[in-house]
Design a protein around this ligand. Structure first.
Ligand SMILES: Cc1cc2nc3c(=O)[nH]c(=O)nc-3n(C[C@H](O)[C@H](O)[C@H](O)COP(=O)(O)OP(=O)(O)OC[C@H]3O[C@@H](n4cnc5c(N)ncnc54)[C@H](O)[C@@H]3O)c2cc1C
Length: 354
């Protein structure tokens, strides 16, 4: 039976980053990816300033950078400015290729069209294309719904998104929107790239009342009324894994979306995937290393945005979502955030952004 020291399931940013670090440390790594291309993953292709600060996504993958975001709620449209690139859009396919080069330079292997169909925990082997492969360590980096996660008996409770791509970038601005009356408990986003823009919407977790997305016609009509034609044939949808239930299970690890590390409110997951890939690699390279503080830090960050919603839950205000209350709360928050003092207070008590 073919056997490798470390088998990684999934060649998203998390799996490839872990492979890059482990191959660089001279370990025998095999990455298995079900798709033919590394880019075949639904994503809006935006990274935050803190993700950029990791210096992992190279500058030649960047497309547009935004030192602001427009925030639209039921009643208000505000421009929030930042003294750093709050969002940078990037070419995810080019980044995947860059990661591939780094891995192959250090003799790591990526096998595409290799869908893992079975994981045998006791026998330390997986099945791919009717062939068994053994491992010492297994990293589940296979996004939601991860086969590695499901084999471990963990639940899967994703937030769902759908999005469209415009023909050209149309000079759109970077924007987030939240209006419960129009779209339910969901947030929409506009991420302009160099040659197109991505416009999509994702619901908030169940816990906060988000279960359904607005039907496509309503979303298309909203954008048509704003003068933006979205082509129905560019529709694509995908889940985001935000339910964390553990990172290490003896010699099996879950990272990125498979581990439920993505941000519950914003849906950001590339940063979390890259950071948890760093943690897992270090934990495997140096088994004496105490990864707990690093893990707790990323879990705390992941939760930070959810605080506002946790407060609303605490005071049992979530049932009022659909009754305009939430729109008023969001209007209020955005009005506060639009001035520097309010932003400082919000940063201290609520959010990670500055
Ligand atoms: C519509 C949408 C828009 C998003 N926009 C953004 C954004 O702008 N910025 C951001 O930070 N995050 C965004 N996210 C979230 C982000 O895409 C994920 O959090 C991130 O890609 C997670 O990386 P990952 O490496 O953990 O997993 P993934 O990127 O999901 O990669 C998992 C890989 O595993 C492969 N795989 C799955 N099952 C198997 C199997 N059985 N065998 C072999 N391979 C398998 C998949 O094909 C995939 O390539 C978005 C998500 C969605 C759905």
């Amino acid at each position: 039976m073919e056997k490798h020291d470390i088998v990684i399931v999934g060649a998203g940013p998390g799996g490839l980053r872990a492979a890059e670090l482990l191959a660089e440390a001279g370990r025998d790594v095999l990455v298995l990816e079900k798709n033919r291309e590394l880019r075949d993953k639904v994503c809006a292709g935006g990274i935050t300033g803190w993700c950029r600060d990791l210096n992992i996504v190279p500058e030649n993958c960047f497309e547009k950078e935004f030192y602001y975001t427009i925030f639209t709620t039921g009643e208000l449209t505000r421009k929030m400015k930042f003294n750093y690139p709050f969002i940078t859009t990037y070419d995810r396919a080019r980044f995947g290729e860059h990661q591939r080069e780094q891995i192959e330079k250090n003799q790591g292997e990526i096998r595409t069209e290799a869908k893992v169909t079975k994981v045998s925990v006791a026998e330390k082997k997986i099945e791919v294309n009717k062939k068994e492969i053994g491992y010492n360590y297994l990293i589940g980096a296979d996004g939601p719904p991860s086969i590695v996660r499901r084999t471990l008996g963990l639940r899967y409770d994703p937030i769902n998104c759908y999005q469209y791509t415009t023909d050209e970038s149309m000079d759109l601005e970077m924007e987030w929107g939240f209006c419960a009356r129009k779209f339910g408990v969901a947030a929409y986003y506009v991420f302009p790239h160099s040659e197109y823009s991505i416009i999509g919407i994702g619901h908030l977790p169940r816990k906060y009342g988000g279960t359904e997305l607005p039907n496509k016609e309503r979303f298309l009509t909203y954008w048509k009324d704003r003068g933006v034609r979205l082509k129905p044939e560019t529709y694509e949808a995908g889940p985001i894994g935000t339910r964390y239930d553990g990172f290490s299970f003896n010699n099996i690890f879950l990272i990125g979306d498979a581990g439920g590390f993505a941000n519950k409110v914003t849906g950001e997951g590339v940063y979390e995937a890259l950071v948890t890939a760093g943690i897992v690699s270090q934990a495997i390279i140096d088994p004496q290393w105490n990864y707990e503080p690093e893990l707790q830090r990323i879990l705390k960050e992941k939760e930070s945005y959810a605080l506002l919603f946790d407060y609303l839950n605490y005071f049992n205000l979530i049932p009022f979502w659909e009754y305009k209350f939430m729109d008023l709360a969001m209007d209020f928050l955005v009005a506060i955030m639009a001035n520097p003092l309010g932003k400082m207070v919000a940063k201290k008590f609520l959010l990670k952004i500055s």
